[in-house]
Design a protein. Structure first.
Length: 105
């Protein structure tokens, strides 16, 4: 049992010593993509909360199909907001932060 704990401790130390893969500071396109992805995910989480209380009924509403696919629709709404112009600005802020962090490294 003690050897198991020592192995786990060594694995944790090895993971902590690993550095994240370095992005080149000369690649703002990749930083912009990551910023848009972050903003899309953030917006889809906000939309998910907005759609929680909406009940659907009527001829074409509701059912298990809509329940299953609503999350996909909400994800697409988030992507649309993030990819349209500057979105709400979170993606741009994340992009600037990533580029600034890369310059320091």
């Amino acid at each position: 049992m003690a050897s198991d704990l020592a192995t786990v401790g060594m694995a944790d130390a090895a993971q902590m010593s690993r550095r994240p893969p370095a992005m080149s500071a000369s690649n703002p396109a990749q930083a912009a993509k990551v910023g848009r992805q972050f903003e899309a995910h953030f917006m889809s989480q906000m939309f998910e909360h907005m759609f929680e209380g909406i009940k659907t009924d009527g001829v074409f509403g509701g059912g298990s199909g809509e329940q299953m696919f609503r999350s996909l629709l909400v994800d697409e709404y988030g992507k649309m907001v993030a990819n349209r112009g500057s979105g709400i600005g979170i993606g741009t802020a994340v992009q600037k932060m990533l580029l600034k962090h890369q310059e320091v490294q």
